[in-house]
Ligand binder design. Structure first.
Ligand code: OTU
Length: 640
């Protein structure tokens, strides 16, 4: 129901609060009320804004009224330490509940495993009720108020959040804000002719409108879902579907959509979700003649949702999922003005892509150039740093950055696809191409970290090669060493810590047989994981080093993300340009990563004056008379 039909609801909601809740509500409105009003007016105009604001405030009040004491305690703790997510104790782990542990209760039985790894943040992949059959890994939600029954119930989710919190682990879940499944109640009502819900989506009577938009849109899934619109016979209309035809984009120019999605978010916040991964945020606003990505209104919508959460569930933070160009990406972290907040954290896609680029080219120059060129993020926000995730790797290498190191952008991007699909002679990559687009010559890569980085190749049948295996392990640990120290919250993608290889049987499940991203979404191998305490096994070699990275990160104060990162020109570090080097903070921390296939010797006088000592590092690294010797694929953390 639209709020403009339920005038007075705000008064009723506020009147229902007891004194303590009323105090918290008033404090929240004092903190974020203006932010909310300004953002809403920018999207919906001054005339409509007050009604929309009242509806959102009514939701906030009701959420506060129901917020349980344990969550109020989280809110109070976060208020006393608003930069909690920047501390060195933050280490994330990302898993599908079913693939990791069967269901939500199963996850609860593996908290000790997470604690062993030093994890303080658990992202469980989409877990709300999806559509039946094909569901894009849960990114096609049929009901935001229900958990996928195969995983458990909403009560199970709340209990799991309690258990995690008792171990100081924050729960992160996805909120798919850009689209719903075609099977969602809103879409079903729209199809049944309900005008109110038809306005939740973009519909066009013929292809004229879509054709005009298409001129400036890209295609996210060109192989399966060419174009951005789908014909829906029951509605006699084209519907906007950026992703698959069963994922209908929501029309946020209708404020009822914002209210409905915010309500879903607050409900989950009251189950104990502390971090929201907001999916596909760049697409939240459309305008003819634009790319319909990263538009100013998308930012205002996030700002409005964030303001409501600041009032209703102030302990919560937002993570932007925006896999866009670096300059567009940093905008999701807001302006740094504490009274105008947007997302608190965002995926550093550029770092992830550059790690894989540097590994393939054995060269750190492109990585250093593109990371140094990134617009600095606001100090109070953080990147999420990762090596692998559940999606493919798209080669976000700009032509300008490539040219700066003397390379051709398109040629480099296709080299990376060739390298990681194994087509390039001598490559250790064992991935597969994803979404080959003949029109743009673009292609992306699927595959698990262990399979892409050479662990699978080193273990291959007759060719099993212990030296290559050791090198591949070093490469993976070095990549993670960057994620653990460059700045931000490092995420461990489930299975990387024990070197899980591609799941070649993924296509046996017909609901995702055509989607090779399932190559790198294997089930947890608990038999393999049980070998993690055997230092001679692959799992033990990796897990031990992940634990060590985590323990060192926890201990090293300069890795707190309130301190900036400075990337040093690799050619200053070593003439070959193969050593990636960065300092943290006032320079109490220096990292060196050798991407070359040969040893490199770095003279510390070239990179910093301090008397550094060797801290966390790969076996074989030495420091002698100010010179660090790095074996191939080795890293070193130095502190003063
Ligand atoms: C996200 O990714 C999810 O991570 C994917 O798993 C989903 O399929 C998709 O949304 C739809 O829900 O394009 O290639 O800028 O890049 O939202 C992955 C954001 C994607 C998009 C991103 C999307």
């Amino acid at each position: 129901m639209s709020g403009r039909q339920i005038a007075g609801a705000l008064d009723v909601a506020v009147a229902s609060l007891d004194d303590a809740a009323r105090t918290r509500y008033d404090a929240g409105v004092a903190d974020a009320g203006d932010d909310l009003r300004e953002a809403i007016a920018l999207v919906y105009g001054d005339a409509a804004a007050p009604g929309v604001v009242d509806e959102l405030l009514a939701l906030a009040a009701l959420t506060l009224a129901e917020r349980k004491p344990a969550l109020q305690a989280v809110d109070a703790r976060r208020a006393g330490d608003p930069q909690w997510f920047q501390h060195t104790r933050m280490i994330g782990y990302v898993a599908y509940a079913d693939r990791f542990a069967g269901d939500l209760n199963g996850v609860g039985r593996h908290i000790d495993y997470l604690a062993e790894l030093g994890v303080s943040y658990l992202h469980l992949m989409p877990l709300l009720q999806p559509r039946d059959g094909e569901n894009d890994g849960g990114y096609a939600v049929a009901d935001y108020a229900a958990v996928d029954p195969r995983l458990g119930t909403m009560d199970d989710l709340a209990s799991l959040a309690d258990e995690l919190r008792a171990k100081d682990i924050s729960l992160c879940v996805d909120l798919v804000v850009n689209h719903t499944a075609r099977e969602h109640g809103w879409a079903q009502k729209a199809m049944a002719g309900d005008e109110h819900y038809r306005r939740f989506y973009f519909t066009f009577p013929d292809h004229t409108g879509p054709a005009e938009y298409e001129r400036t849109l890209r295609e996210v899934f060109p192989e399966w879902a060419p174009g951005n619109f789908s014909w829906v016979p029951t509605m006699d209309a084209w519907v906007w579907t950026t992703f698959n035809t069963f994922q209908w984009d929501l029309d946020y120019s209708n404020p009822d959509v914002l209210v409905a999605m915010t309500s879903a978010l607050l409900h989950l916040a009251n189950q104990g979700v502390e971090i929201f991964r907001l999916d596909a945020v760049p697409f939240m606003w459309k305008e003819l003649g634009t790319s319909c990505e990263n538009l100013p209104q998308a930012h205002q919508l996030l700002r409005a949702m964030r303001a409501v959460a600041r009032i209703a569930a102030p302990g919560v933070i937002f993570k932007a999922e925006a896999i866009v160009a670096p300059d567009d990406l940093v905008q999701y972290l807001g302006t740094g003005d504490p009274s105008r907040r947007e997302c608190d954290i965002a995926y550093n896609n550029q770092l992830m892509v550059m790690l894989w680029s540097s590994i393939a080219t054995r060269d750190a120059r492109l990585m250093a150039t593109s990371l140094a060129r990134m617009t600095p993020k606001p100090d109070t926000t953080s990147w999420v740093t990762y090596v692998r995730c559940h999606d493919d790797i798209g080669w976000a290498v700009s032509d300008v950055d490539a040219a700066a190191v003397g390379w051709n952008g398109p040629a480099h991007r296709s080299f990376l696809s060739d390298f990681y699909s194994g087509a390039f002679a001598g490559s250790f990559g064992r991935g597969e191409l994803f979404q080959v687009n003949p029109a743009t010559n673009d292609s992306r890569i699927s595959g698990s970290a262990a399979s892409l980085i050479g662990i699978e190749a080193a273990l291959d049948g007759d060719a099993a090669d212990p030296v290559a295996l050791a090198r591949a392990i070093d490469r993976l640990v070095t990549a993670y060493a960057v994620a653990f120290s460059l700045g931000g919250i490092p995420l461990v993608y489930m299975g990387d810590e024990i070197g899980l290889r591609n799941d070649r049987a993924f296509a046996d499940d017909l609901t995702h047989a055509n989607d090779n991203r399932w190559l790198h979404r294997p089930a947890m191998d608990w038999v393999a994981a049980a070998r993690r305490s055997d230092p001679g096994s692959l799992e033990g070699r990796l897990f031990g080093r992940f634990r060590s990275l985590a323990a060192s990160r926890h201990r090293l104060a300069p890795l707190d993300d309130s301190t900036p990162t400075y990337v040093i020109d690799p050619e200053v570090v070593d003439p070959s340009g193969a050593v990636f080097c960065y300092r943290r903070g006032g320079s109490g921390f220096l990292a060196l990563c050798n991407f070359a296939a040969e040893e490199r010797v770095v003279d510390l006088r070239a990179v910093g004056e301090r008397p550094f000592t060797l801290d966390e590092h790969t076996d074989g690294v030495t420091l002698d008379s100010g010179q660090v010797t790095l074996p191939p694929s080795a890293f070193a953390w130095l502190v003063d």
